[in-house]
Design a protein around this ligand. Structure first.
Ligand SMILES: Nc1ncnc2c1ncn2[C@@H]1O[C@H](COP(=O)(O)OP(=O)(O)OP(=O)(O)O)[C@@H](O)[C@H]1O
Ligand SMILES: [Mg+2]
Length: 327
């Protein structure tokens, strides 16, 4: 069955409340679709400015947030309907690592206790030697060892070490997919590349799939195989990262790449601003393309109707410019 090797995000829409009572709703995600072939190891970048819905999408994939419309299928199973042993199996298959490693660990709890808990309770391993072996093996993969970690508390590690430890912990369940939400943004620049190289190793040596969320388009290019660009809850462009960077098809992707990658800083200001502003909510409420308000090509249809996903030379893009609408 084709579904057996796929993670399929099918037209997912998530509503959140706004206003004083939160009774009015906006679409934090609007009909987001994405397919991930589980047989092909890769680092899939999810990029977009703050509030574009990246974390919401990861939470939906983890199963902790449920979409109002659409579904997520993992090997054919609707992950929001899993129960009992299948739910436990899925929790092992998809593991998150977070932006701030210090928030992932209780400061009063020894770090190694998390490892013993995961191996015994989630993986169900009872043999003491095997428990120690599994923990040491996962820590060695990230350049540490059980000896170095044993008996210590979170504050006894640097941010970089603690992020390695949280990756090692995620590896204990031998997941297929790692969801990495801005895993290096809190770290010093000198430590970032070490963590990014671990993500590459996970792909190359353990054949994992990593969904790497970032604002930072330079590190994205360093590690990424493909990229999905989000804007105000919509996925505007998705494709191989080299193609998208060389020739962005969506006006938002162009603006984003130009403002970040322009080598001459004096020229950067000439490009449209992509920083969040008070316009954010107004843009979320546009019925059509959320970028219409800022787009130099916007025509009437852009304001009223969200374009479909259009395949342009192997890149998926949601922009009317690429259909015959004489914009
Ligand atoms: N539980 C919630 N209740 C109401 N609104 C929410 C909730 N969670 C997120 N939002 C809103 O949904 C939108 C998307 O948020 P999300 O956290 O997914 O963005 P993001 O792309 O991860 O941003 P960042 O880059 O800042 O982490 C934002 O406008 C946010 O304020
Ligand atoms: Mg986020």
């Amino acid at each position: 069955m084709e579904n057996e090797n796929m993670l399929k995000i099918e037209s997912v829409t998530k509503l959140y409340g706004y206003g004083i009572l939160g009774l009015k709703k906006f679409k934090a995600l609007d009909s987001v679709s994405m397919n991930v072939n589980l047989e092909r190891p890769k680092i899939a970048v999810l990029a977009g400015e703050t509030g574009s819905g990246k974390t919401t999408l990861l939470r939906i994939i983890m199963g902790i947030v449920k979409p109002e419309i659409g579904r997520v299928l993992y090997r054919g199973y609707d992950i929001h309907k899993l129960k009992g042993s299948t739910a436990r199996w899925y929790r092992k298959e998809v593991q998150p690592i977070f932006q701030d490693p210090y928030e992932a660990f209780n400061p009063l709890r020894r770090v190694d206790s998390y490892f013993y808990d995961t191996v015994t309770n989630i993986c169900g391993i009872k043999d003491k030697d095997e428990i120690m072996y599994r923990i040491d093996e996962s820590l060695r993969f990230v350049g540490l060892s059980l000896d170095r970690v044993s008996g210590k508390y979170p504050h006894e590690f640097s941010g970089g070490e603690l992020q390695r430890i949280s990756i090692a912990r995620a590896l204990l369940t031998t997941p297929r997919i790692l969801l990495a939400d801005e895993p290096v943004s809190m770290l010093d620049a000198t430590l970032r590349v070490g963590i990014l190289n671990i993500l590459k190793d996970l792909k190359e040596k353990l054949n994992m799939i990593i969904i790497y969320v970032t604002h930072d388009l330079s590190t994205a290019y360093y590690v990424g195989d493909d990229i999905s660009v989000m804007y105000r809850g919509t996925l505007v462009e998705h494709g191989p990262i080299s193609k998208v960077y060389q020739e962005p098809r969506h006006p938002y992707t162009s603006a984003l790449l130009n403002s970040v990658l322009e080598p001459d800083p004096s020229l950067r200001d000439k490009y449209p601003a992509v920083k969040p502003s008070s316009l954010e909510l107004k843009e979320f409420l546009i019925a059509g393309c959320r970028y219409a308000n800022r787009c130099p090509y916007a025509k009437e249809i852009c304001w009223t109707t969200l374009p479909p996903y259009i395949d342009v030379d192997g890149v998926n893009v949601r922009c009317w410019k690429h259909l015959d609408y004489k914009l």
